[in-house]
Design a protein around this ligand. Structure first.
Ligand SMILES: O=c1nc[nH]c2c1ncn2[C@H]1C[C@H](O)[C@@H](COP(=O)(O)OP(=O)(O)OP(=O)(O)O)O1
Ligand SMILES: [Mg+2]
Length: 204
């Protein structure tokens, strides 16, 4: 069976990738399957830089093609924060809940029309001996005033999609994949590798 290696420790991202790749008959492998690999520090100042760091690190260790995802939430009223620091917004050892509560608190007095935000996902594909490819995808939404829904992960329960009248955490995995920043980035990556005659699948 064809496999794709994603350099991530985030179980929510793994689920998102599974919902995109499983229908293609492709198995998703993550850092959870390589416990001996040390996690690399995200020292970049952009999503792209961090995605490249994560993908190239694991591709070098394993000597096979690897994809990495660096993503986050950008809130206009917060000048783009939490941005690249989305995973560490409430502090290094905080979790998704603390992070989203911090955003809700900071937006407490901000009216609906000023609660615009977007998710951003940068993907890097590192292939040993080749130049690393980066692509990105986004999705626009509004920050809700409280949590809704239990699907997904991270900031999904407070990311409201006005056209669907639901938060991202109220979508099925398939719905999220069809319109999310991550789904859009994957579509872009598929286009680019096709155009460049490259491939990220590992067989066997
Ligand atoms: O679809 C999403 N739905 C909700 N929240 C999301 C999403 N996508 C990214 N996010 C948030 C979660 C985390 O706060 C940050 C990612 O941080 P980021 O460093 O890329 O991931 P991570 O540290 O959790 O895992 P890893 O680096 O091992 O891939 O943005
Ligand atoms: Mg991370």
């Amino acid at each position: 069976m064809a496999k794709v290696i994603i350099a991530t420790n985030n179980k929510g991202k793994v689920k998102d990738f599974q919902s995109l790749f499983t229908p293609m008959g492709v198995e998703v492998t993550s850092l959870h399957d390589f416990p001996e690999i040390e996690e690399i520090e995200e020292t970049g100042t952009t999503f792209e830089e961090n995605a490249i760091l994560k993908a190239e690190h694991l591709a070098k260790e394993l000597n096979i093609p690897v994809i990495a995802d660096d993503s986050g939430l950008m809130v206009d009223a917060l000048e783009g924060r939490p941005g690249v620091y989305s995973a560490r917004y409430a502090g290094l050892h905080k979790n998704d809940e603390d992070n989203l509560q911090k955003v809700l608190k900071e937006l407490e007095s901000v009216p609906t029309e000023k609660r615009s935000a977007r998710f951003y996902c940068a993907l890097a594909l590192a292939i040993p001996g080749k130049e690393t490819i980066t692509v990105h995808g986004t999705i626009e939404g509004l920050i809700a005033t409280d949590k809704q829904g239990t699907n997904g992960f991270g900031y999904d329960p407070i990311f409201f999609l006005p056209e669907l009248n639901r938060t991202m955490a109220q979508l099925t995995a398939e719905e999220k994949g069809s319109l999310s920043h991550r789904g859009n980035a994957i579509k872009e990556l598929m286009k680019v590798i096709k155009a460049e005659g490259k491939d990220f699948f590992v067989r066997g």
